[in-house]
Design a binder for this molecule. Structure first.
Ligand code: 7RM
Length: 657
């Protein structure tokens, strides 16, 4: 390129469809103009202070923000309790009979839990924890399936001022042990097991294994009886283990909430780094609650009196913490909570849930949407989805074609799709449209929310006004992580050192001519093809743009001539032939859609892609498969068999064209 410097990440994919907010949404939307953006730009601290005042405080805060880069303290001097904000204040306002959760278990069992009932249960659980010696400032580990007791346990911890550390129920006993030990948890709350694809899956044996030869800080284990007869051999250790229904049910239903300081630890959530020790991401009370409540209300245009909201994530992931538990409850919303998988007993389980509860807001991951695309739209068509009003997406870049499919088949062309970008570390949504305000472009998370500062910068940290680069955050925000538990240096080093004065999220992004943000995936995944820096997301979007493709994952494999060559793993829709001729057609399609430099060297057809439990494609594994390397640690993989399958397919591929 004539000695010119290459762009940090190049821009290939152009998407020109756009959707202004329609009248139906605008008629009742909380917000229909840019006033909130203007208010926040004029004085972002005053803006966040106004949001914080929407919470109930035992003591009002004195300062809004003290910022000693990279350490922020929000709303100091104030005292409040997260569980009080999620429960008591609604009951005191006369809303005790409002449904907090419609729970549906995978086998079809159902429970409706009102705010008054939830407050009752949380209080009993809080008293049970106190009776076992858990005090303000302690940590409690939680390892459970997606049942109401998981949310109850979290809120009970918050009520008595103990920080929870939820470990996703699909993780191994070693992962659980490591997290218990890092946090020095006093109590572990678990269950005999849960239901998955029609089968009982025991959990208590994993909890026992985690505590064997480790986890010495745990004095007691509380066990919810979820499987009952289906897990007949649940062993209970004398003196250590207690059944939830014995220790919780007998407690008084009054449990005074601790008046916590704004910056007291609310919870730890560990992110599984691929190689290094997991990082215990720290979230504190007031700033976190302020921003999750604010974003939940405005991003989904929540009308708590009438909406039925469903976030189909797992509570063990940050999306569940912020948008199944704290955000919706702080706003007095009615939510659906579903235990199981989308294909049990049939591939229309989600649509029957939406029909039954008349869900108005659905929030889920692109991986789910692409799976439904693969299965075919006939599973949706038999169901009445007319209650839906707003659709959300989170977890990965959503390819424009998947976005359009979601809008068309789930939203029946009537619902805005809000693509929400954020991380465990940010605690709450950062970049997202607002349904009544923003003109949507399929595949774009659009703009930073009011109060948020985000910029795309080049290798040298200079802001770019158009094109690709690194996504950075330019000022503190209330729900930001306060650090990595026990390791302040790692916090500074990991998030604040690559670009001085900026938080660097690890993601690539580009800005288009209208200033829209387009997320381009992790910068570690950016490929270098003959000196061109190509994002995996753009090639994947070009593949999913072909009518036969449901899902694609692209990686760069070492190549003697071009540095890296693009290898594409592709899942086709039901009924499409996955043969060599079709592979050729897809290679051509990518070259035409975004340019010859992005033409994959090989297309590998596959039924499934390796994904983490939260549904993110594991490109590292695919790179290893493509380059024939040993796979290393695959314990965070949702389905181990996928990799073996892929390895044998990759071996069938010719090395060169
Ligand atoms: C909420 C969550 C964070 C990473 C993040 C991105 C990716 C999440 C989007 C997205 C493109 C989105 N927390 N990511 N949302 N990429 N568009 N709307 O996922 O900590 O588990 O993951 O997920 O790479 O850095 S997380």
């Amino acid at each position: 390129m004539d000695g010119d410097e290459r762009a940090t990440i190049e821009d290939f994919f152009a998407e020109d469809r756009s959707f202004p907010p329609d009248d139906r949404i605008r008629e009742s939307a909380l917000l229909t103009d840019a006033s909130l953006y203007e208010e926040a730009e004029a004085d972002f601290e005053a803006f966040w202070a106004a949001q914080a005042r929407q919470l109930s405080w035992f003591e009002p805060f004195e300062t809004v923000l003290s910022w000693e880069l990279p350490f922020a303290r929000w709303f100091e001097g104030g005292r409040l309790n997260a569980s009080y904000n999620c429960l008591d204040r609604h009951v005191e306002a006369g809303l005790g009979d409002r449904v907090a959760y419609y729970f549906e278990g995978e086998p079809g069992d159902r429970r409706t839990i009102t705010y008054a009932e939830l407050l009752d249960e949380v209080s009993r659980c809080g008293n049970a924890l106190r009776s076992l010696g858990v005090e303000r400032g302690d940590r409690v580990a939680i390892y459970m399936p997606m049942i109401p007791e998981l949310a109850i346990a979290m809120l009970a911890c918050a009520r008595i001022g103990a920080a929870h550390s939820v470990v996703f129920g699909g993780f191994s006993s070693e992962a659980l042990r490591g997290r218990i030990e890092d946090a020095e948890a006093k109590v572990l709350i678990t269950a005999d097991g849960g239901w998955r694809r029609g089968q009982p899956v025991a959990l208590k044996p994993n909890a026992d294994a985690a505590l064997e030869g480790g986890g010495a800080s745990v004095a007691h284990v509380i066990v919810v009886r979820r499987l009952g007869e289906a897990a007949p051999d649940t062993a209970m250790k004398e003196g250590r283990d207690l059944w939830w229904h014995e220790v919780v049910a007998d407690q008084p239903a009054h449990c005074p909430p601790e008046a916590m300081e704004s910056e007291d630890l609310l919870y730890l959530l560990y992110t599984s780094g691929t190689t290094a020790r997991p990082k215990g991401i720290m979230h504190t009370t007031a700033g976190y609650l302020t921003q999750v409540a604010f974003t939940h209300r405005y991003v989904f245009d929540l009308h708590p009196e009438t909406d039925v909201y469903w976030c189909a994530a797992d509570i063990g992931w940050v999306t569940g913490h912020s948008y199944i538990v704290y955000g919706p409850l702080a706003n007095g919303a009615t939510s659906v909570l579903y235990e199981g998988t989308p294909d049990h007993p049939g591939r229309d389980r989600w649509w029957s849930i939406i029909e039954r509860y008349k869900v108005t807001i659905l929030y889920c991951a692109p991986t789910a949407i692409r799976t439904f695309m693969k299965w075919g739209s006939e599973h949706l068509e038999a169901h009445d989805l007319s209650s839906l009003r707003v659709l959300g997406s989170v977890g990965e870049p959503i390819n424009p074609e998947a976005w359009v499919w979601y809008r068309q088949h789930v939203g029946r062309d009537r619902c805005p799709v809000v693509d929400t970008w954020w991380q465990t570390e940010t605690g709450a949504i950062m970049i997202s449209p607002l349904p009544g305000v923003t003109t949507l472009k399929p595949g774009s998370a659009t703009f930073p929310l009011p109060g948020i500062g985000a910029e795309v910068v080049d290798d040298a940290g200079r802001p770019v006004s158009r094109g690709g680069g690194y996504l950075t955050l330019t000022r503190p925000w209330p729900a930001m992580l306060r650090g990595i538990y026990g390791d302040p240096e790692r916090y500074t080093e990991t998030y604040w050192s690559r670009f001085p004065g900026r938080y660097f999220a690890g993601d690539g992004a580009k800005l288009d001519d209208d200033g829209y943000f387009w997320l381009l995936g992790r910068v570690d995944d950016v490929m270098n093809v003959s000196g061109h820096r190509v994002s995996t997301t753009e090639v994947e979007s070009a593949l999913v743009d072909h009518p036969s493709v449901a899902e694609a994952a692209v990686v760069g494999a070492t190549d003697a001539t071009t540095g890296q060559a693009i290898i594409a793993y592709v899942t086709v829709k039901a009924g499409v032939a996955a043969d060599g001729a079709h592979g050729e057609e897809l290679r051509r399609h990518v070259a035409t859609r975004i340019g010859p430099i992005a033409r994959p060297r090989a297309i590998i057809f596959t039924e499934d892609l390796p994904k983490t439990r939260s549904g993110k494609i594991m490109r590292r594994l695919l790179r290893d498969v493509a380059e024939g390397r040993d796979l290393g640690d695959t314990t965070t993989l949702a389905d181990q068999s996928v990799v073996e399958e892929l390895r044998s397919r990759a071996a069938e591929q010719p090395a060169e064209e």
